[in-house]
Design a binder for this molecule. Structure first.
Ligand SMILES: Nc1ncnc2c1ncn2[C@@H]1O[C@H](COP(=O)(O)OP(=O)(O)OP(=O)(O)O)[C@@H](O)[C@H]1O
Ligand SMILES: [Mg+2]
Length: 465
């Protein structure tokens, strides 16, 4: 291709993509600046093109400029979050990367790419505000959130009792706690009971699911942000400061980016934090309870959980067994839920029939205690005037799911075909469960030929039990 075409191609390319792009030559003169960047920064393209960086953005101090850093020192800045007010006073948050282009040891240009995450940022702000409401001491709080204590935890199974006793002991200390349990096994229930059963009970209890928030925002959410290099950047306290003196529950800690995990480790070792973009060390005293819903050894092996962080957090280790591994607890739990929902729905169901109990015990609860609780809530709330809960009240499948359906989430590093394969397996498995293991019916449901389904079952090594 002719070299002359390149300029036109770059021009088209940068107008096509959804990110702001700004390219300067070795003298800092703007060669490319797209409309997206112009609308983010609320300047005219013409005020930037063919002007030097310092003329185009006189209000940015030279020492703060990532562009000049790339150009003069050859140092890249990757994925830096910036919050600033544009010319109209609107607060904008972007993720910027600035890189020098090096040819034969000489910096010939610098490129800045910016992604506008203002909307996502607003979402996380709302989250922080909500969290703040939760932090307000109970006496000042208007709408109290559900607080769990050890009295709310039911279960007599031996392994479960081991976990429960350890949790009670943990409540008397300040040690970090690491909880492993599948979804719905009661991790939050345990975490809250430990907090409210200990010395910190009058201090805040905050929870954050690390998988629920975009990676780029998690750091600011945890550690806060500080008036940074840009004019108008905001000062905001993070969850660590909000939870100071109390407990911070970090759910699905393995979803936290790997380098943020090492930052967290440092914070735990040194007991102070520094806000993103800030200079000041702020002392903090926060108890951490971390949870995962897959075995921690697997997560470490897969490179999702740093082993050094795990060992630091694993001072008290709690393993909550899945409900299918302690079916001896089904009755105790079902009865406690019966009592709870009788009160809530003003019903008078006194007992659970043997048949109903058998049905409840023959299920294998991929959703664990939460699922059993839902089944009971539905049964009680929909009942008429009966005093005995029977099989008829129980809306649940009797087909046993011996293999756990894989959780499908948007993992970044899974290749597309593997991801699609997982979805296919999940859909097929659900169809089989719904059709009671009948292949013809399942095939009909999936609108594929029976042979095709059989082929797929073989391919994915799905056995019908
Ligand atoms: N042992 C138990 N006794 C009574 N209720 C329980 C028990 N275990 C769980 N529950 C109830 O089940 C529901 C789910 O529990 P919880 O939210 O603590 O689970 P979780 O492990 O945090 O789940 P997830 O991984 O999905 O966040 C809650 O309503 C909780 O009260
Ligand atoms: Mg939870």
């Amino acid at each position: 291709m002719k070299k002359e075409y390149y300029e036109k191609i770059i021009q088209e390319l940068i107008e096509l993509i959804d990110e702001g792009v700004y390219i300067v030559d070795n003298k800092g003169v703007g060669c490319f600046y797209n409309d997206k960047m112009a609308s983010m920064e609320k300047v005219n393209v013409d005020d930037v093109l063919k002007k030097t960086f310092s003329d185009a953005f006189p209000e940015v101090r030279n020492t703060d400029s990532t562009m000049l850093k790339a150009l003069l020192k050859g140092e890249p800045t990757l994925k830096k979050q910036q919050t600033y007010k544009n010319f109209y006073g609107k607060e904008i948050t972007t993720i910027n990367s600035t890189i020098p282009i090096n040819i034969d040891g000489e910096t010939v240009a610098a490129i800045e790419v910016a992604k506008d995450i203002t909307d996502i940022r607003r979402m996380s702000d709302t989250l922080l505000e909500l969290q703040k409401e939760k932090t307000t001491p109970p006496e000042q709080r208007k709408n109290t959130i559900k607080r769990y204590t050890f009295d709310d935890i039911h279960g007599k199974n031996e392994d479960f009792q081991i976990a429960l006793n350890r949790a009670r002991k943990a409540a008397e200390t300040d040690a970090s706690v690491f909880i492993y349990g599948e979804t719905g096994t009661g991790k939050e229930l345990f975490a809250q009971s430990i907090h409210y059963g200990g010395k910190r009970h009058n201090k805040p209890f905050l929870a954050q699911n690390c998988a629920a928030i975009p990676e780029s925002l998690l750091e600011g959410l945890l550690f806060g942000t500080s008036k940074g290099s840009f004019t108008g950047a905001v000062d905001r306290e993070g969850l660590f400061e909000q939870a100071n003196g109390g407990t911070l529950l970090l759910d699905e800690i393995s979803a936290m980016p790997y380098d943020l995990q090492s930052k967290l480790l440092r914070v735990l070792q040194e007991s102070y934090i520094r806000r993103v973009g800030g200079m000041k060390d702020i002392p903090i005293n926060v108890r951490i309870i971390a949870t995962v819903n897959e075995p921690p050894e697997d997560l470490i092996a897969q490179g999702k959980l740093r082993s050094d962080l795990y060992y630091r957090l694993n001072v008290v280790n709690l393993q909550i067994p899945a409900l299918r591994e302690r079916l001896d607890d089904v009755q105790v739990l079902a009865e406690s839920f019966l009592e709870k929902f009788n009160k809530r729905y003003n019903k008078e169901i006194w007992m659970i029939s043997d048949g109903a109990l058998k049905k409840l015990k023959s299920h294998d609860y991929p959703g664990n205690v939460r699922e059993l609780q839902n089944i009971m809530e539905q049964a009680v709330s929909m009942s008429d005037n009966e005093h005995v809960l029977t099989e008829k009240n129980l809306a649940m499948s009797t087909v046993s799911r011996r293999t756990k359906a894989p959780a499908i989430d948007f993992e970044k590093d899974v290749p597309l075909d593997e991801y699609l394969e997982r979805i296919e397996v999940k859909i097929i498995r659900d169809a089989l469960i719904e059709s009671g293991g009948n292949i013809s019916k399942a095939a009909e449901k999936l609108q594929i030929k029976r042979q095709t389904l059989q082929h797929k079952l073989k391919k994915h090594k799905l056995n019908i039990e």
